[in-house]
Design a protein around this ligand. Structure first.
Ligand SMILES: [Zn+2]
Length: 47
């Protein structure tokens, strides 16, 4: 393959980590909330 792959700007610093509540890799470190379940953003869980 030539050129850059699908890893555009995912070189330095990770933006999302594994969410502790839903287990998805959607917890945004910068925004401090999970994009999938809303952990960190919504105090109460809606599941
Ligand atoms: Zn989550």
């Amino acid at each position: 393959m030539k050129g850059t792959t699908s890893m555009g700007r995912m070189g330095r610093g990770k933006t999302h980590i594994t969410c502790r509540r839903c287990g998805r890799h959607s917890y945004n470190i910068r925004k401090k909330f999970c994009a999938a379940c809303g952990y960190g953003k919504t105090p109460r869980r809606r599941d």
